[in-house]
Design a protein around this ligand. Structure first.
Ligand code: ADP
Ligand code: MG
Length: 361
């Protein structure tokens, strides 16, 4: 059976809590069956509100949400077949691990033999067999979150919502849990709608990412496209590191353009600009600019090194370039045998196809 590409559908959804300000604006989003989609954005951008509406704890002000083709407005949360893991949606502290997992099954009137089977299966997904009789307080933070994941999956939901589920964990544990959740998703193929403000978490885990700002989806793409092909300055700034130049378009030809800065002219991929005279912000990833390139590049300028920081696998070099003292380069250490020193004059080069002329900031 083929997978439904519109398994979850937000159809022109607005949300206002106070009847005045829209915190979600005209959301149009299709989520495929089995997909891992992440809503990524700064705090207050409307991500949790979207999950709450999908879960049924909030109602859209306008528009509809559909699950497998059916409008779900009138279906209460516990009948939507949706599992949830929230940072603050704690385990029941007075119940054992087994009872925590059995609870959503009891609510659904599953019989005892079946409950034992399902609890066992869910615990094995998160490698916690043998922990059935423990109380939540006897588990580490990471183990508690794994139980929460198991509890969200135990009743075979069609969709699982996760809202910053790893937010309370320290960095190493958070990273290993990212892989663990990703692998669980790959092995059982449940549809996951994940929320985070952490871009590296989103890039690691997702099939697609919807970048939110101010209640609107700015871009919906694969992790690679989001990083390599940001469609506007907000996305370029929010995902990864980014060098920017503000200027005015002096020429557009085909998909290339020239941009006049106060002290130079640069060549860029013309993404959002159409004609001469438009203001633009050109975005360039730090690793796409080279120090002392051996071949000629379309953009080539002299700059002065302001700072050199060794990062193990790469060196981060801050250069004063074209009047911008914050221009960042990342030089891979394996291939670099340059002796980079503060105050050194160097040539920096990049090609037009690696730079993106976007809407002005
Ligand atoms: P995010 O999860 O991206 O941080 P939220 O969806 O929680 O964003 O919040 C979006 C906006 O809606 C914020 O301005 C927030 O203050 C507001 N908001 C969220 N929940 C409520 C609520 N229950 N009542 C009133 N305003 C809310
Ligand atoms: Mg939130």
């Amino acid at each position: 059976m083929s997978k439904n590409p519109e398994f979850v559908k937000f159809d022109k959804v607005d949300k206002s809590y106070d009847g005045k300000v829209l915190v979600v604006k005209d959301l149009q989003l299709d989520i495929a069956e089995g997909e891992f989609i992440t809503m990524l954005g700064p705090s207050g951008s409307g991500k949790t509100t979207c999950l709450m509406m999908l879960a049924g704890f909030e109602t859209p002000t306008n528009g509809e949400i559909l699950l497998d083709g059916n409008i779900i407005s009138n279906i209460p949360p516990h009948k939507r077949g949706i599992g949830m893991v929230f940072q603050n949606y704690a385990l029941f502290p007075h119940m054992t691990v087994y009872e925590n997992l059995a609870f959503p099954l009891r609510v659904r009137k599953v019989d005892k033999v079946e409950i034992d089977k399902k609890v066992d299966k869910a615990l094995s997904m998160v490698s916690l067999n043998g922990f059935e009789t423990r109380m939540p307080a006897q588990l580490s933070g990471g183990q508690q979150q794994r139980v929460a994941v198991a509890r969200a999956l135990v009743f075979d939901p069609s969709v699982v919502l996760m809202d910053e589920p790893l937010g309370a964990l320290d960095k190493n544990l958070r990273e290993s849990m990212q892989y663990e959740i990703k692998h669980i998703h790959e092995s059982i193929g449940v549809t996951v709608v994940y929320v985070t403000h952490d871009q590296s978490e989103a890039l690691t885990m997702s099939n697609r990412i919807a970048v939110f700002n101010d209640g609107k989806v700015q871009q919906l793409s694969s992790p690679a496209d989001l990083y390599e092909k940001p469609v506007n300055s907000f996305v370029a700034e929010f995902i990864g590191e980014n060098n920017t130049f503000n200027g005015e378009v002096s020429e557009v030809s085909g998909n290339k353009c020239k941009v006049k800065l106060s002290n130079a002219e640069i060549v860029s991929n013309a993404i959002s600009v159409k004609s001469k005279g438009e203001k633009t912000t050109v975005s360039l990833r730090p690793e796409r600019a080279l120090i002392e390139p051996t071949e000629k590049m379309e953009n080539m300028f002299s700059g002065k090194i302001e700072e050199v920081i060794y990062h193990g696998d790469h060196t981060r070099v801050r250069v004063n370039l074209l009047g911008n003292p914050e221009f960042i380069l990342k030089v891979p250490n394996s291939t670099s045998n340059l002796e980079l020193k503060v105050s050194q004059e160097i040539k920096v080069g990049w090609n037009s196809h690696d730079a993106r002329a976007l809407d002005p900031k």
